[in-house]
Design a protein around this ligand. Structure first.
Ligand code: UD1
Length: 419
C-alpha cells in the first residue's frame, strides 16, 4: 500500500493552481442522468471519488469520453439507462447516492445502495428519503438497498428541510427539476457547490431560481438539452493550501479561485494574524511567526466548513495560546487528534469540542490516515515538523486532492510517494 514520506520544516514558496471542485462535480455528474443529450463537463479534477461516480455512470449505460488530460469529459445518455447503483459504487463515498434523485426524476424508479459506513459519523439518509416521499416517491430499504418508485411522474411540492443538509438539498433539486409543477425547497444548504449544481441544471434547460436566502423555486421541465459546463474551483483545496502556506511560514500565490467564496476562511486566517491579499482570482498569503488563538465552531455555509476543521486545528497548534474548536456538523470528526498528538500536539477532546494547547513543536512520526480531510491535516503538520513523517493509508487522500504531491513539490515541499 502506498505511503507518503515528508521531510518537514521548509517554507513553501510559489504558486498553486486550484483544481475543479470534487463536491461540485459529484452532484453535477449525477444530474447528467436527467438529459438524453450530450453534455460536456470541464474542469473535472482527476480524483478517485470522481472516477468512481463516472464508473457508476458507465455501469448504467452512459457513453463517456475523456479528453486527453481527463480534465473534461463528454457524457451522452441517449439510450435507456439502468436504474441500479450497486454497493460497490457507494461503499467508499456518499456522493453517488445523488443518482437516486436523477433516476427517479427520469424513470420513476431506482434501486440504489445505501451509502457505505463512514468514519466521521453515522451520516443517515432520512432527510433525503422523507423529502423525496413528498414528491410522491414510495420507498423501502431491503438488504442495504433503497428500492424507490413512483407510479406517476414525480409531483412538485413544498418541502422544508428539518436540518440543513448539502446532499439532501442536492438530491431534491435534481429530482424536482423534472417533477410535474412547482417545487419550493426551503431551509436549503447554500454551499457554493449547491449553487453550482443549480447553475448546471439551468444550463441544460432547468428552471430553478433562488427566491430567498435558503429557498428555491423549481419549475419542473420534461426534457433537458445538451450543455457545456465548467465546474467551479475547489474551495476546500484552496483553504488547505492557504493553511499550508501559513503553517510553514511561507509565501504562496493561490490561483484560479475567486476569494469571495472563501471569505469566511480568509477572515479567520486574518483574525489569527496571517497576512492575506486578494485580487480577482488570486490570493497571496504570507505566514507569520506569531499566530493568535481563536475559538470557533464549524457551521453550514457561509460558516466555517467542517471540511477544513482538521487543517485549521494544525495551524492553531502553533498559536501562542489556547484555542477551542467546536465541531457542529459531524459527531466523530476528531480522528486526526490522536495522530497529531503523536507528533507533539497537545489537544484534548470532550464531546464535540477540541481544546488545543498552543506552542506545539511538531516532530516527524509514523502515522495512519483515517479520512480525507484528516489525512491532509497530517500532511500539514508534517510540513511544519522537524524530521521525517511517514503517512500510511493515503488512499483517502487520493479521493479528493488532485496531484497533491506534485503541487506541493512545485512550491518546495519534500514529499514523495513510496509504494
Ligand atoms: C457534504 C459534503 C461533505 C461535507 C458536508 C457538510 C459532498 C460529497 N460531501 O456531505 O464533504 O463535509 O456536506 O458540509 O458534497 N444528515 C442527516 N440525515 C440526512 C442527511 C444528513 O441527519 O439524511 C446530517 C448528517 O449526519 C450531518 C448533517 O446532516 O450531521 C450535514 O450533512 P450533509 O450536509 O448532508 O453532508 P453530506 O451531503 O453528506
Amino acid at each position: 500500500m502506498d505511503k507518503l514520506e515528508i521531510l518537514g520544516a521548509r517554507k513553501l514558496k510559489g504558486t498553486i493552481h486550484i483544481s475543479g471542485s470534487k463536491n461540485a462535480a459529484l452532484p453535477i455528474l449525477a444530474a447528467t442522468i436527467l438529459s438524453k443529450k450530450k453534455i460536456i463537463l470541464k474542469n473535472l479534477a482527476n480524483v478517485k471519488d470522481i472516477e468512481t461516480i463516472i464508473k457508476l455512470l458507465e455501469s448504467i449505460g452512459s457513453i463517456i469520453k475523456y479528453s486527453k488530460n481527463k480534465n473534461s469529459i463528454s457524457i451522452h445518455n441517449k439510450y435507456k439507462l439502468k436504474t441500479f447503483a450497486s454497493y460497490n459504487m457507494l461503499k467508499t463515498m456518499r456522493g453517488s447516492f445523488l443518482v437516486l434523485g436523477s433516476m427517479l426524476a427520469r424513470y420513476g424508479k431506482a434501486k440504489v445502495s445505501t451509502p457505505g459506513g463512514c468514519s466521521i459519523g453515522v451520516r443517515p439518509i432520512d432527510i433525503h428519503l422523507k423529502a423525496l416521499a413528498k414528491l410522491g416517491v414510495s420507498y423501502k430499504i431491503i438488504d442495504g438497498y433503497v428500492h424507490a418508485y413512483s407510479k406517476t411522474k414525480l409531483k412538485g411540492s413544498k418541502i422544508k428541510f428539518p436540518k440543513i443538509s448539502v446532499g439532501a438539498t442536492e438530491n431534491l433539486i435534481i429530482a424536482s427539476s423534472m417533477a410535474e409543477g412547482i417545487t419550493i425547497l426551503s431551509n436549503c444548504a447554500i454551499e457554493p457547490e449547491v449553487k453550482d449544481l443549480v447553475n448546471f441544471i439551468n444550463c441544460i434547460g432547468g428552471k430553478i431560481k433562488w427566491i430567498g436566502k435558503r429557498t428555491l423555486k423549481i419549475i419542473g421541465v420534461n426534457n433537458f438539452k445538451e450543455g457545456n459546463y465548467k465546474i467551479m474551483p475547489d474551495r476546500i483545496e484552496a483553504g488547505t493550501y492557504l493553511i499550508a502556506a501559513a503553517v510553514t511560514g511561507g509565501n504562496l500565490k493561490i490561483s484560479g479561485i475567486n476569494p469571495n467564496i472563501i471569505k469566511t476562511e480568509i477572515d479567520v486566517l486574518r483574525k489569527i494574524g496571517i497576512q492575506i491579499k486578494t485580487k480577482k482570482e488570486l490570493i497571496f498569503i504570507s505566514g507569520v511567526n506569531k499566530i493568535k488563538n481563536i475559538n470557533l465552531k464549524t457551521a453550514p455555509y457561509p460558516g466555517f466548513p467542517t471540511d477544513l476543521q482538521a487543517q485549521l486545528m494544525v495551524l492553531l497548534c502553533k498559536s501562542k495560546k489556547h484555542s477551542i474548536i467546536k465541531e457542529e456538523i459531524f459527531e466523530n470528526r476528531f480522528m486526526h487528534v490522536a495522530e497529531l498528538n503523536r507528533m507533539g500536539a497537545k489537544i484534548k477532546t470532550k464531546g464535540n469540542k477540541a481544546f488545543i494547547e498552543g506552542n506545539t513543536k511538531f516532530k516527524g512520526a509514523e502515522l495512519m490516515a483515517t479520512d480525507l480531510r484528516a489525512s491532509v491535516s497530517l500532511i500539514l503538520a508534517a510540513l511544519n515538523a522537524k524530521g521525517k513523517t511517514t503517512i500510511n493509508r493515503i488512499y483517502h487522500l487520493d479521493r479528493g486532492y488532485e496531484k497533491l504531491e506534485k503541487k506541493l513539490r512545485k512550491v518546495g515541499a519534500k514529499i514523495r510517494r513510496v509504494s
